[in-house]
Design a protein around this ligand. Structure first.
Ligand code: ZN
Length: 293
């Protein structure tokens, strides 16, 4: 057990570090903008022809400064779950205290990022990052530095943004109630998903219930994941995870799954960290959703 005093010290140290990193990131994005704005319109024949508001007023030798400030500069984060375990011993899916702290952290980021909008006059925004490549790289770096700490660095990946860990067993509703309040704080982008139980093609009600729940909880963007296996030889389809086709005994099977928003048949091209995440996923029970009349 970590004493309350140590926890509080740890949390204030964390906020100080977070603050420094936010400052650094905002400045870096500003400096990049200062460089980007010196480019000429003629360098971007497609983008500066009709895509950006006001670009029609630019001559080929004008800089793009007057139009590119409409873009957004995202400051993202991954691994809120592991961060909370490191700070207070539990993640937000398993402890209301952790959820309270998680919301405090991301609200703090949102507030600081709003300050940066005023200071630098750019559209900074908080991004709930899926981190397709970083997820493994950050974790490997931290393992080298800190070793393999249970619930923090003992897997090959960090959890996507503010998500409840994929391996944590809970209902779809619990996952949604925990993750939903982060959506309004992360306007640069976010996703909520559930791994649906059973065969969704024969249970459209379950999918409808999940969609109603997302609506009721103000979830900005969501998806319902379910695995679909198809035999490439005879066309047999199932939602069960099978190694061999029960009809023709072929092992030539196509598995349709979703990784960070992409539907994939083959997982050959994904990095080790994201594959480890895929293998850790648990199904979320949708039986007790109460959002329909
Ligand atoms: Zn078959």
């Amino acid at each position: 057990m970590i004493s309350e005093e140590v926890k509080q010290k740890r949390i204030s140290l964390f906020f100080a570090k977070l603050d420094n990193l936010l400052e650094l990131t905002a400045r870096q994005l500003h400096e990049r903008f200062e460089f980007q704005k010196t480019a000429f319109a003629k360098q971007f024949p497609l983008l500066m022809h009709s895509l950006w508001n006001g670009c029609e007023k630019l001559g080929p030798n004008d800089t793009i400064e007057s139009v590119i400030n409409q873009g957004t500069l995202g400051i993202g984060f991954i691994g809120l779950a592991e961060c909370l375990v490191a700070l207070i011993g539990k993640h937000h899916g398993e402890s209301p205290k952790a959820q309270e702290l998680g919301l405090r952290i991301v609200t703090y980021m949102r507030d600081r990022i709003n300050d940066f909008c005023e200071r630098y006059q750019h559209n900074y925004t908080v991004l709930a990052t899926p981190a397709e490549g970083l997820s493994g790289r950050f974790t490997r770096g931290d393992q080298k530095k800190f070793g393999r700490l249970p619930g923090i660095t003992d897997r090959e990946y960090y959890t996507n943004s503010n998500h409840v860990p994929v391996y944590y067993k809970c209902s779809a509703r619990h996952k949604a109630e925990i993750e939903a309040p982060y959506h309004i704080l992360t306007r640069g982008g976010h996703i909520f998903y559930v791994e649906i139980d059973g065969d969704a093609t024969h249970n459209p009600e379950a999918v409808m219930n999940v969609v109603d729940m997302m609506d009721a909880l103000d979830i900005g963007y969501g998806s319902v994941n379910h695995t679909r296996v198809r035999c490439m030889d005879c066309g047999y389809e199932t939602a069960d995870s099978i190694e061999e086709c029960p009809h023709c005994h072929s092992t030539n099977l196509d598995r349709l799954q979703r990784i960070t928003g992409y539907l994939v048949g083959t997982t050959d091209r994904w990095n080790r960290a994201k594959l480890a995440e895929l293998n850790d996923r648990v199904i979320h029970n949708t039986e007790y959703l109460q959002f329909t009349e």
